[in-house]
Design a protein around this ligand. Structure first.
Ligand SMILES: Nc1nc2c(ncn2[C@@H]2O[C@H](COP(=O)(O)OP(=O)(O)OP(=O)(O)O)[C@@H](O)[C@H]2O)c(=O)[nH]1
Ligand SMILES: [Mg+2]
Length: 653
């Protein structure tokens, strides 16, 4: 990884207070590049400039850079200012000594505060135009202004961009963090996120985007997802200011040459690790309001997040004394837990508040019930404490796929979190649920409670139904009154089955030592019909035909069939059709293979054509599969819901 060390600082402050002039004095670069900026004498769009430091204080060669994002102060261009300030960790608040604290000084400071930007400095500009008394007076005003802000410990540097007085001291202060060791964490534990603030086309090169790396690392040749189109892009080249580089890390401002048309790219888009390609339209947030506001559910407010701007509806969670709020967006956003944002009023004339995103994976129901608020409180903590609180309080367990997406934890971070839990002797089980890639965690106390109720329920069932092999999964779930998701119940059963604590035979669940004794007549019956059914395969004889084969009268046959079903020896698919459990497994395997080839689902006709049995019997088989939860019907098509082993288990030995 690169030995470069860099910080990015955004300017802030009222119009005409000397932000652009100061950046120019420090870097030698005029960031007002637009003709309109020149003619009006003010900044409109964001400007970018770099100060490269090649020697440290004792003359040793170093590769350090201070990147500046110069923002416009005029209130008309606040959108641009927000896009610039939202992506940095440090700020340079510029206040002119002749003018003092003005409306956008206050507003920009409030924004820095809402975004939690604590690093930076205050430049008191135009001291060449001001008397010492005036400078003292304004310094006093500034100290007062900063006293309850995040910049209260920040130093004030009197400077003149005309004479250059005070500028060297300011630069010395700004570059200190670069000299005090690497700014980046030793291990990067987050996946890659890059906020695009500009894009253009370079002849012979193609599309170039510039922006700031919010987290993770990137290398030339890497592949990323472009947020608003979902397209995969390849990083053809990387630059840090003028310098070609091979990789880059968090906090760095870089430009990337990528292989998608420039017209598809807008300020505020992201380039992301594909794991983070998850647009959302609802966010649960912690909000700090500058003044009390009663949000009207029909009114839209302006949300600034990263370099993006969206309209949102806001409602408190709950209505009385809320700390948390839910924002609903018409256009999706790529936000994650911990991201900061700023809110402006419906007319976008003033900043009304801002805060932190708490959750992006919002349940459909119960957005403000007490249980949900408890979850939000747990989530509103650093990663390990949040994980631990949720694990200890939630009997519905913890989906680590969701946790790691929402909080951008990479696999190293997840491994570290698990290690921390183990070190603290927090006992939990890992369940494999559905197609999730990370385990689902359940605290051992809850797991044990669930297991005890399941064992208890099966014992009772076996006692009162000794002639039945066991219960189906839905029946068991109902009888233990399992209130959490079907997927979790299934995961717990899978674990119990894997540990041989319970058994699944056909579709029936039972304790391992529970078997059903067939009467001698039933044994003889099974011995007789098993080879017949094996030979018949997918097309078993109907009940009536079985009377002929067995020589039994219909009533006796039906009674015997019912007993064989309870014992798990036969499966009834339709009123007059019984299969051997192993044939059901073969049918399920056939269905799985068919479904794998048909992304859009498969029809009865396709099923019939491939399996080569009559349409009516096909419908009976598929309806049976629907009923037991193996397949799902949507119009004319069917899909497989779960791997066959999850439902049909071991066939009888
Ligand atoms: N005398 C004096 N004039 C200054 C100083 N700094 C800036 N100016 C002048 O103040 C005017 C505004 O300066 P800018 O640097 O464009 O101010 P800005 O804060 O970037 O303005 P916006 O980007 O539009 O918000 C220009 O005419 C500058 O020449 C200074 O230290 N001393
Ligand atoms: Mg300017």
């Amino acid at each position: 990884m690169s030995a470069r060390n860099s910080i990015t600082i955004a300017t802030a402050g009222h119009v005409d207070h000397g932000k652009t002039s100061l950046v120019n004095k420090i870097t030698g670069i005029d960031t007002d590049t637009l003709a309109e900026e020149k003619s009006r004498g003010l900044s409109i769009n964001l400007g970018f400039a770099y100060l490269h430091i090649t020697e440290d204080d004792i003359g040793k060669p170093v590769d350090y850079t201070i990147g500046f994002i110069d923002v416009p102060g005029h209130t008309d261009f606040i959108n641009n200012a927000l896009a610039g300030i939202s992506v940095v960790d440090s700020a340079l608040l510029v206040i002119a000594a002749d003018d003092g604290v003005m409306p956008q000084t206050r507003e920009h400071l409030a924004i820095l505060d809402l975004l939690g930007i604590k690093n930076g400095a205050i430049a008191l500009t135009k001291i060449d135009k001001s008397s010492p008394e005036q400078i003292d007076k304004i310094t006093g005003e500034i100290v007062e202004l900063l006293s309850d802000s995040c910049l209260k410990h920040t130093r004030i540097f009197p400077v003149s961009s005309i004479s250059g007085s005070g500028v060297a001291e300011l630069v010395n202060f700004l570059k200190q963090p670069l000299f005090s060791g690497p700014l980046k964490p030793v291990i990067e534990d987050k996946n890659f996120r890059f906020i695009i603030d500009r894009s253009f086309t370079v002849k012979g090169i193609g599309t170039v985007v510039t922006g700031t790396i919010k987290s993770g690392t990137v290398s030339v040749g890497g592949s990323l997802v472009h947020s608003s189109t979902g397209n995969t892009v390849r990083v053809k080249a990387l630059r840090h200011d003028q310098q070609q580089i091979t990789d880059a890390s968090p906090g760095e401002r870089v430009s990337m040459n990528i292989n998608i048309p420039q017209q598809q790219i807008h300020r505020g888009d992201w380039l992301l690790d594909s794991l983070l390609n998850h647009p959302v339209k609802r966010l649960d947030v912690k909000l700090r309001l500058l003044q009390p506001i009663v949000f009207k559910s029909s009114t839209q407010y302006h949300l600034y997040h990263g370099a993006s701007h969206r309209l949102v509806n806001i409602r408190p969670l709950p209505k009385e004394n809320p700390v948390y709020y839910q924002m609903s967006l018409a256009e999706p956003i790529f936000a994650l837990h911990g991201d900061r944002f700023v809110l402006r009023d419906p007319a976008s004339t003033r900043t009304i508040g801002g805060g932190e995103i708490i959750d992006i994976l919002i349940p459909r129901r119960g957005r403000s019930n007490p249980e949900r608020i408890e979850i939000l409180k747990a989530l509103d903590q650093e990663d390990y404490t949040a994980l631990k609180s949720l694990l200890e309080s939630q009997d519905c367990g913890l989906d680590m796929d969701s946790f790691s997406l929402s909080r951008n934890c990479n696999s190293d971070k997840i491994a570290l979190l698990f290690k921390q839990l183990e070190e603290e002797n927090i006992s939990f089980v890992r369940l494999k649920l559905g197609n999730k890639s990370l385990p689902f965690l359940l605290h051992s106390n809850f797991y044990q409670q669930f297991c005890d109720t399941i064992f208890h329920c099966l014992e009772n069932y076996h006692q009162t139904n000794s002639n039945q092999l066991g219960m189906s999964e839905p029946a068991l779930s109902k009888s233990v009154s399992f209130k959490n998701s079907h997927l979790l119940f299934h995961g717990i059963l899978d674990k119990l089955i894997a540990e041989d604590s319970i058994k699944r035979t056909g579709t029936l669940l039972h304790l391992p030592d529970h078997t059903v004794k067939l009467s001698p007549e039933e044994h003889t019956f099974m011995d007789k019909i098993r080879p017949v059914l094996q030979k018949a395969g997918y097309l078993p004889p109907r009940t009536r035909e079985l009377t002929e084969i067995t020589g039994m009268d219909l009533r006796t046959l039906e009674r015997t069939l019912a007993q064989a079903r309870k014992a798990g020896s036969l499966v009834q698919v339709a009123p007059n059709r019984h299969y051997l459990p192993e044939t059901i497994m073969q049918l399920a395997e056939f269905t799985e293979t068919l479904a794998q080839r048909a992304d859009e689902g498969f029809s009865v006709i396709q099923f019939r054509d491939e399996i080569g049995i009559g349409r009516n019997l096909c419908i009976e088989i598929l309806e049976y599969f629907d009923k037991v939860g193996f397949t799902r019907r949507d119009g004319n098509n069917r899909f497989v819901r779960t791997p066959k082993e999850n439902l049909f288990g071991n066939t009888l030995d």
